[in-house]
Structures are given as C-alpha cells and as structure tokens.
Design a protein around this ligand. Structure first.
Ligand code: PSZ
Length: 484
C-alpha cells in the first residue's frame, strides 16, 4: 500500500506556483458560484434600497483578496486583470502597504487630515519632494495634489486660463470692472476661452473635464457643457508595421485638423488656451497615437503658445513599463502639465513654473489632496524600485502581447488589432456583443477583465503581475475563444 504522505505528494497538482511578489497569493483562480453569486445578489438588493448604483458588478472580500487575486463575497477567487479600473498599484493587501501605517506618526497623519492649502503639516514639503517629485515626469518640478483625476484636470484648465489671461493683459492684474463682472459670470471678468480635446478621449466627470470627454453618450447626456472644440485622434490600422504609410497619413490628417480648429476658434473669439490628450485613449477603446503624433501636437502648442496637457490619470504610475507613458514619445520638451491619479493613489498635477498662479486661493479647495495618500504612495514607489516592478511589467507585457497576437492569428474572425505597451494591452473583438460574451466567459474561468470603447478587451493588471499570471490569462482567453 502507498503511504498516505506519498499519495498526497502524488496527487498534488503538477502546476507548482513559483514565488509571487505577495507571498501566499493563490496559484490559480477557483470559482465556486456564478458571478455575481448568491451573497453578492443579497448585498446588491440591499444596496439598491438606499443607492441607485446600477453599475456594481459584485461585492469583494478585501480581507481575503491577495496579490493579483480578488476574492468576491461568495468566495470566488479571480485573477484580477482590471484592478478597480487600473487603480490598484501593488495588488491586494501588499505587505509593504499594510505596514505603511504602523508608525504613530503615520496614524496621526491619517486621522488629522488638514486643509493642506492653509495648514500643511511640518513634513509636507519633504513629502512632496521625496515622494511626488521623486517620480516626476522628466523636466517638471512643480506639483499640486488633488482628490481625483477629474479635479486634477479641472484645476489644470484653470492654470491654462490664468496663463492666457495674464498674457492678454500684458501681466497687469485684472481691473475693477473685471473683478466685479466675474461675480456675475459676465465679461470681461469671465472670458470666453476653450480647451481642445479629442474624439474618444476621457478626462473625467466634472463639467470642464466632461466637456473634454467623448467616449460614451451616457457620461454626458442631459448635462449642460461648454461648446468646446473636438479634434480627431488617430485611428490606426494594425499590425502597425504592415500599415506605416496609411498610419503616417492618419497622423498628418489629425494634426492638420488640430491646426484648422485652433485657427477657427481664434477667429470665432473663443480661443483655445490648451490641448488635453491621453497618451493612450483608454476609456475610449485603447487607441494609441504615435510618437510622431504627440511630437506634432507639442509643436502646434508651441507655435500657438498654448498649453500642452498630457492626461496620465490611467497611463501614469508604471503600467506601460515607464512611470509616464509620454516618456515613450521622445518629446523635445516636457509637456506643460501632466495630470495623474489612479495608481498614484492621490490625484494631482505636475506643471512647469510659468503656470504658477499669481494669487493665493486661485488653486484651492478644502483638502487639496490627502497627506495619508503620500505615505501609501511612498511605500508603492519604494516597492516598485526595490522589486524592479517596471521591468516585471515589461516582461509580463511581452507575454501578454505575444499571446494576444498568437490568438488573433488563431481566431481571426473573433479578434483583431492586438496592441499594448507594458501590461497596458488590449485587443478588439469582432462585435460589442462578442466582447461582452468573452468577458463574461472569462469570468467563469476565474479571470476578471474589463472592456473599453465599442469592442475592446482591456487588460489593466497591477504592477506585481508577472509572466506566470500573463500565461494564465492567455490560456483562459484561448479556452474561451474555442467555445465560439
Ligand atoms: O466611468 C468613469 O467615470 C471612469 S471609468 C475609468 C475612468 C473613469 N478613468 C478616469 C480618468 C481617466 O482614465 C483619464 C485618462 N482621465 C481622467 C479620469 C478621471 O479620473 P477620476 O475618475 O479619478 O475623476
């Protein structure tokens, strides 16, 4: 008879997990119920009685979730390649982040949340310098914290207006008439100015940011917004290396359009003070622009002396394998403003010194950010450096993208246009309905993924996502595609 210990060894799964960055992480997903399961269904019904949040997908057990694996209220353990819309930098319950509030000082920062614009703590300047400026985009040395991505963009727009009006007045402060009329939203204190954005872009939900958002009608319907101009963002043919001529022509078409719009806006007395653009249009469908396109936009901004704002809310913080996606574009100069949130854990903006507001309280609100978030971000940045997570992201991204390319060749009627930088990857399904079916079936395989745009499958894992996780994702996707 075989001794029971040997039997146990023999029946152990062949797949033995290598060490993960978060120890104790499950080796694979395990699914016990449909998702949402019965427990989530009860909670959904309960929530619905007090809040109309029809978007909730399932409830999560954040005590049990670990590393790359999210555990739902019904005990289903899923590989999470969506991470709360790309906002969980180191996966769930990373020990370094859990430790971040161990000290009394950190706890006191957490509970004594100040109005940072008037009463910052005595370590605030060091925190801004040592944490936020330690990972600033090259060439930018001014930083302001904010609460979220939308309000970061909203305040970036204000910096643009201030700079523009300062130039219009030749550096002279606004006169009494302007100071009075602005209280009634009237000219000359309230000028007519605009920000140029792109079809398919997403920049947030507050009115200015929403005026620049053009991904889905449901975000905008029934909301009064500025009549700001919208330009075309390139739409490339894939694979890129087989379509260079067409894609270069597409860049030129889009850049010419931008110039045309800027001139029209000036003629119509609604001048553009700046351009807002995502390095990769994420919500709108993971549309990439070339380095040539982004360099061209910067040239246009310089020619018209307007502000170049790169919105790195979704791309920033490492998922492309660099801290900032625009670092891939070899811009001749830093963008004038870079906004961030999500994986950076605090919202905010980096900007050039010439955009500093002239007066106190022009950029201001009660909290202007949250110092406890910088304590967490500090532990995230140290972990990224110590564990070389940007390299990990590039390696995992290679496996993802080559896997997606193999699958689009194997299933050409189902998938096309695989693309990505680092783990910031996507592939399109043939129809919206198919994309949704693929996402639903992936979930029954234990992979929590998301969509964006009309037909894209969007991959947004944490920075601790490794090649072994990428292999599980690709294997699961292949299994799902075989069912069609
Ligand atoms: O539906 C939503 O409100 C969503 S789904 C994903 C986002 C928002 N992303 C937020 C986002 C972004 O991706 C970019 C490029 N810019 C600004 C924002 C807005 O950030 P939040 O949501 O923090 O205001």
């Amino acid at each position: 008879m075989i001794p029971s210990t040997t039997l146990k060894l023999m029946t152990r799964p062949l797949y033995v997990a290598s060490r993960s960055f978060v120890s104790g992480e499950p080796a694979r997903p395990t699914i016990k119920t449909e998702i949402p399961g019965p427990q989530s269904a009860i909670l959904l019904k309960d929530l619905d009685s007090i809040q109309a949040m029809k978007s909730v997908q399932f409830f999560v057990d954040y005590d049990k979730s670990l590393g790359n694996y999210i555990v739902d209220a019904d005990g289903n353990t899923m590989l999470d390649v969506f991470t709360s819309i790309s906002s969980i930098p180191l996966g769930y319950n990373h020990p370094n982040m859990l430790k971040a509030f161990d000290s009394d000082h950190a706890k006191k920062v957490l509970i004594n949340r100040p109005a940072l614009g008037v009463y910052p703590g005595n370590d605030w300047v060091d925190q801004l310098r040592n944490v936020l400026l330690s990972c600033a985009p090259p060439g930018l040395d001014q930083v302001i914290t904010m609460m979220c991505g939308s309000c970061s963009n909203e305040n970036a727009f204000k910096l643009m207006y201030f700079k523009y009006m300062d130039k219009v007045r030749g550096g002279i402060p606004p006169n009494d008439e302007a100071m009075k009329s602005c209280l009634d939203n009237l000219s000359p204190g309230t000028p007519r100015l605009s920000v140029l954005s792109f079809h398919g872009g997403f920049h947030g939900r507050t009115p200015g940011a929403l005026a620049c958002t053009h991904s889905k009608s449901i975000h905008k319907i029934d909301v009064p917004l500025y009549d700001w101009p919208v330009a075309d963002f390139p739409r490339y043919k894939y694979p890129l290396e087989e379509n260079t001529q067409e894609n270069t022509a597409e860049d030129k078409r889009c850049l010419d359009k931008v110039e045309e719009i800027l001139e029209r806006q000036t003629k119509n007395s609604n001048p553009c003070v700046g351009i807002i653009v995502e390095p990769i249009q994420a919500e709108g469908g993971d549309h990439h622009g070339s380095a040539n396109f982004f360099q061209g936009l910067q040239d246009i901004c310089k020619k018209h002396d307007i502000v170049y704002l790169v919105d790195e809310v979704q791309t920033g913080g490492g998922p492309t394998g660099k801290m900032w996606a625009h670092e891939y574009f070899n811009l001749r100069d830093a963008p004038d403003i870079v906004t961030f949130s999500k994986k950076m854990l605090t919202g905010g903006l980096y900007h050039k010194p010439d955009l500093r507001p002239n007066n106190a309280y022009q950029i201001f609100n009660t909290w202007v950010g949250d110092p406890s978030k910088l304590i967490l971000l500090d532990s995230v940045l140290k972990t990224i450096r110590q564990d070389k997570l940007l390299e990990t992201t590039l390696k995992a991204g290679d496996v993802l993208l080559s896997g997606l390319r193999r699958l689009e060749n194997q299933f050409p009627s189902l998938l096309h246009s695989a693309r990505g930088i680092g783990t910031f990857c996507a592939v399109d399904a043939d129809t919206s309905a198919r994309r949704d079916q693929i996402l639903a079936k992936l979930r029954t395989e234990g992979v929590h993924c998301g969509g964006c745009g009309e037909t894209a499958i969007r991959i947004r894992p944490a920075l601790i996502f490794e090649t072994k996780h990428a292999n599980i994702f690709i294997e699961s996707l292949e299994k799902v595609l075989k069912t069609f």
